[in-house]
Design a binder for this molecule. Sequence first.
Ligand code: ASP
Length: 323
Amino acid sequence: MSTRRDFIRVTALGAAVLPLHQTFGLGKLFENKPIVVSTWPNLKANTAAWGVLSKGGRSLDAVEQGGRVVEADPTDTSVGYGGLPDREGRVTLDACIMDDQGNCGSVAFVQGFMHPVSIARMVMEKTPHVMLVGAGAEKFALDNGFKKENLLTPQAEKTWKEWLKKSEYKPDHSIVKPNHDTIGILALDDQGKLSGACTTSGMAFKMHGRVGDSPIIGAGLYVDGDVGAATATGVGEEMIRISGSHTIVELMRQGRTPQEACEEAVKRVIKKHGEKAKDLSVAFLALSKDGVIGAYSTNNVFSYTLTTPDKTNLVIKAPSYFP
Ligand code: ASP
């Protein structure tokens, strides 16, 4: 299982791997801000974000930096450069970013730009809009100094050509993509401000033009400075159907803990699919404004990475509905 391989890699780098999410995820253990938490074993993302937060920087800068470092990594097959292409062999990227005030920016179906999370931030800060897609987003990026480049690595091209032989699309996240590094990242800075970002190349071998949950505010990411933040990874169509991240934040507003809220969102997915959801990876990660974490997944493959002043890059296995 790739999760195991990831854990071994993580351990070799010196971070602890904790199987007991409950030990860390519930209660008020993380009142000592700042905090950064990201989907999957994502040491490099947390380290980059921590570089900002530990110097008293803004959570918005932290989540952008965390996303960028994964986008630039050619070995990550589900984000940015090195991401697996769609079935036509094109790498198309989706990303969004959101702060505690409800400011947000998003880009979808962007080709040829390594840092969609930064383009999304620029959409948020420099336009009257929330979302730009496709050719319009690419023009906006070029006009604002982003460099156009080829993001299809030889390895990703080889994997795509191999896939073409059978051309079977199985939207099972855990099978399609052995590398689960699509990143959702949430941070609380020492001023108590929350932000989040999400960036991905989406489901490998998707139809050309397909956009998942990751750039959809409310599906792949949602932040409310009065309540908390949530992000998602897995088969994006499922998160969109239940407005997953927004649902979680609303449940938290109504008094559920981040853990209870993530569990309820996953149960809504399960309700639609029953036992079939075993093969459908859908995972949520939440962080309340008080620094409490929740994480839950349909199946047993999800882990997340946590960094606080006391705990450096802990990779924690999330609980799941199906064991
Ligand atoms: N949620 C992403 C999408 O559906 C995929 C992922 O998390 O790997 O595009």
